[in-house]
Design a protein around this ligand. Structure first.
Ligand code: 0A1
Ligand code: ZN
Length: 856
């Protein structure tokens, strides 16, 4: 008889923060002896435990791990001394003292399509252990607060055998590694295969020589230099800005083609998605280069914020992720343009985190319950987690921040820490009470802050009110501390009050400014000083004034963005675009002194998704087709009105110097492409086709190709592009993404279906799957097709992927998260698709949790 449990959906049992209990044993050393073979790799583990408190010896063990032997201090355990129950292994352990637990298991890397634990990617053995992947390699206390030094022996007849820490010995198919820094299992890694290193060297401030390697497949060496340079810049920056030095003799980065996320900070052996390592001007865009630099920095910075100080439990994930994102944002701001970086970060936050916060998946930066931790690597934990640190820094000042961080590193080095520990160092370093501030960690939802002004006889009063809408499981939202940075600008454009941070702590609060000669224009939420929605009535003329006069670049850009939003909303009500916005665009185009990257951001229209969000918040049901049409119409109107100026910008921004991926050149290219995107509306794709034919870099070629698809004349270019890059996976991913993304909404699903049927739609590769499925779901009107075909297509693929790689299926399912905001017909289609997924047999815990939350 068939085992029914194998076909049943995974149990949805939540883990609660309040259930945390310390582990009753200390683990003083972990020794692994791994013999690698594609279908049967054997792992011998010796774990030196010493008892700290009463309690059972409980280890985690993955379902597919074939357990062959268990012994304590050399004596084999018989069946009565241990019990395996699901993913838990309970062992009778000595009541006191120290002992060594040995185990022997066999796992099958080639059958591991979920890419969690030990797996094969293009013939390379590699691992992914965060969050709970180590249990798929060996039975272990797989929790971040159990830390140990590791000694690892790798055996395989392969040229390169890597693990964490420093090499002890190597040769003849055996390599021994020792990592002296106690670490939790999620930071373990091994890599073995035919790899080539692009190498460098770094000497730390205290004189330690560190060998640096970026390992890639033979043939990819020429595309690894930028990653290596980025690593060196990151190491320098962390010493200079945070006083943090690297602590091993070696730092290895390995690029693999199959990887569920971006990259992983394993101690001394970072493993990367190849898309975040490999770059050459003809295969990677400026945006790719910027991301590579940022993610290399992010993973490197984890060495201190994540590895030396780790998390007590997975609820504290934001402790390492929020802080490390904040640090990588600071780094990129220093390497490139701070203003542009801030605007890009706000765009991402609003597109991803605000959307998450407004829907069924909303959760606090520090959640207090989860079913599957891998579902909580979210924009809220990462990006909002970083915003919370930015606010903290604003409130305590730069000096207070430096003091608090110094104390954090001193006090908690070697610890598995909590958000309470983190806040306490700020309290101790600055004397500030952060109990109200803590709500940013515990309460979900995006606060809405309304601002009104009152002007009387040289006296300006700003009145603020805050409220946060209910989120799943949290109805009541007490007021938070909100730092609101404001500046005042006189009617002639001079700044009369420079940036001042108002600290809002009440539900309603007012702040006054005296002695003003004339009524100023208020520039509010400068630098996006808090992750809130600012609701403020302002006429188009005042917004246009701020767009041309604000001294704060974020607030300047924001004024233009609001103007564009309001223009689109007016068009959706049947009005024609107002003169203020169109004139403001004319002024921007004429400003030859402005930073091109900044101008490019100002020229970019709000996305269709953004307009839908604004409408839904205002109580209007968004119509994806109408939004698409309005946005197209506005772009066309701008192009008609400013054709000559756009052409001038397009010509002026041409870069003739050899390609460099720096801020200066990439800014020029982004402005040039922004101008081209508008001109493309009225020239039938003529200029885009010319650029596609002549451009020598991927930024312009991919940009032009996208525009040609939009113009409806790209078949030949698409074939050419595919032919030229058929051997370069990462470029073919772009080819798969651009087509559904830029297709006409009524054709997008058909385009995606057609592409999905191709032989080279290697869907088990996460990058390829994300390219095609993500390209479609990012086409707002295409994915939300009125006939529900977009929803059906996604549901089909999620189900197919779930059986192979549940993490990827679960992550992509978030495309459904805003389904309730649309009209009744679309809701009906979405509901049917969600129910179809929910009723599928053998649904994973990952996808089951996601769809369950989305459906409710
Ligand atoms: N800690 C990594 C991201 C990461 C998280 C989970 C993974 O598998 C489930 C993989 C990578 C980072 O923040 O870069
Ligand atoms: Zn991270």
């Amino acid at each position: 008889m068939a085992d029914k449990s194998l076909d049943a959906p995974a149990a949805q049992v939540p883990t609660q923060l309040s259930d945390y209990r310390p582990y009753p044993f200390a683990l003083t050393e972990t020794r692994l002896d791994v013999t690698l073979a594609a279908e049967a790799s054997s792992i011998l583990a010796e774990l030196d435990f010493s008892r700290r408190a009463p309690g059972a010896l409980v280890l985690d063990i993955g379902k597919a791990v074939d357990l062959r032997r268990l012994a304590i201090d050399g004596a084999e355990l018989d069946a009565a001394q241990w019990r395996r129950d699901g993913e838990i292994l309970r062992i009778d352990a000595p009541a006191e003292g120290s002992f060594t637990l040995s185990s022997e298991v066999v796992v099958n890397p080639s059958a591991n399509t979920a890419f969690e634990g030990l797996y094969l990617s293009g013939g390379i053995f590699c691992t992914q252990c965060e969050a709970e992947g180590f249990r798929h390699i060996t039975p272990y206390p797989d929790r971040p607060d159990v830390m140990a030094p590791f000694r690892v022996t790798l055996r395989a007849d392969l040229p390169v055998l890597l693990s964490n820490g420093n090499p002890v010995s190597a040769g003849d198919g055996v390599a021994v590694w020792h990592d002296p820094w106690p670490k939790p299992a999620y930071l373990f890694a091994l890599v073995a295969g035919d790899l080539r290193a692009v190498s460098g060297q770094f000497t730390t401030a205290s004189g330690r020589d560190v060998a640096l390697n970026v390992w890639v497949r033979p043939g990819d060496e020429s595309r690894a230099d930028y990653a290596l340079e980025s690593l060196i810049r990151s190491m320098e920056w962390d010493e200079k800005v945070y006083g943090r030095e690297y602590d091993l003799d070696l730092f290895n980065i390995v690029a693999v083609d199959d990887f569920n996320m971006g990259a992983m900070e394993n101690k001394g052996l970072n493993i990367f998605n190849s898309k975040l390592v490999l770059a050459s001007p003809d295969t990677a865009t400026d945006a790719d280069y910027e991301r590579i630099e940022g993610v290399i920095a992010h993973e490197y910075f984890h060495n201190w914020t994540g590895n030396r100080i780790t998390c007590r439990d997975w609820f504290q994930l934001c402790l390492k992720e929020g802080l490390t994102v904040f640090r990588d944002q600071q780094f990129t701001a220093d390497m490139r343009s701070a203003a542009v970086k801030r605007i890009e970060d706000v765009l991402t936050l609003r597109a991803r985190q605000f959307r998450e916060d407004q829907g069924p998946l909303a959760h606090p930066v520090r959640p207090d319950s989860y079913v599957e931790i891998n579902n909580f690597y979210t924009a809220t934990v990462y990006e909002k987690g970083a915003e919370v640190i930015g606010m903290l820094k604003l409130l305590v000042g730069d000096e207070g921040y430096d003091k608090a961080l110094g104390l954090y590193f001193d006090r908690h080095d070697g610890d598995a820490a909590t958000i309470e520990d983190w806040l306490k160092v700020f309290e101790d370093a600055t004397g500030r009470d952060l109990s109200q501030f803590k709500r940013w960690y515990t309460d979900a939802g995006t606060p809405v802050v309304t601002m009104t002004e009152d002007w009387q006889d040289g006296h300006l009063t700003l009145r603020f009110a805050q409220s946060t809408p209910p989120t799943p499981g949290q109805d009541d939202k007490p007021p938070r501390v909100i730092p609101i940075a404001v500046g005042l600008i006189s009617p002639n454009g001079d700044e009369v009050v420079p940036t001042t941070v108002l600290e809002m702590t009440e539900a309603e609060q007012e702040f006054s400014f005296d002695g003003l000669a004339a009524r100023p224009v208020v520039s509010a939420l400068r630098g996006f000083s808090a992750p809130v929605m600012l609701d403020r009535q302002m006429d188009a003329t005042t917004r246009a004034f701020l767009l041309s006069h604000d001294t704060d670049p974020f607030a300047r850009w924001e004024a233009g963005r609001q103007l564009a939003r309001e223009t689109l909303l007016a068009m959706l009500r049947g009005e024609s675009p107002g003169a203020e916005y169109l004139d403001a665009i004319g002024q921007l185009l004429a400003d030859e002194a402005a930073d091109p990257a900044f101008l490019a951001l100002c020229l970019r229209l709000p996305s269709e998704e953004e307009i839908a969000t604004v409408q839904a918040q205002g109580g209007t049901t968004p119509d994806p087709d109408a939004i698409h049409a309005a946005r197209e119409a506005l772009a066309t109107e701008i192009a008609r009105r400013h054709e000559a100026a756009l052409e001038a910008v397009y010509a002026r921004m041409e870069v003739s110097a050899p390609y460099r991926p720096d801020a200066d050149q990439s800014g020029r290219r982004s402005l040039r492409l922004a101008a081209l995107a508008l001109l493309n509306r009225i020239d039938g794709g003529r200029r885009a086709a010319a650029l596609f034919a002549e451009a020598g870099n991927m930024t312009e070629r991919a940009g032009a190709l996208g525009l040609m698809i939009q113009a409806g004349d790209a078949q030949q270019a698409l074939s050419e592009f595919h032919r030229e890059f058929s051997g370069v996976r990462l470029v073919i991913d772009k080819w798969f993404m651009l087509q559904p993304l830029h297709a006409e909404p009524d054709q997008a699903v058909a385009v995606a279906q057609h592409l999905a049927a191709r032989d080279d739609f290697d869907w088990k590769n996460p990058n390829r799957f994300r390219a095609l499925i993500g390209g479609l779901t990012a086409n707002h009107a295409g994915f939300h097709a009125a006939d529900g075909t977009g929803y059906d297509f996604l549901a089909d693929w999620l189900l197919k992927m779930d059986a192979v790689n549940p993490q990827i299926a679960a992550r992509m399912s978030a495309a459904f998260e805003s389904w309730t905001r649309y009209d009744a017909d679309r809701r009906k289609h979405a509901e049917a698709a969600l129910d179809r997924i929910l009723s599928a047999p053998a649904l994973s815990r990952n996808l089951g949790e996601m769809i369950g939350r989305i459906r409710n």
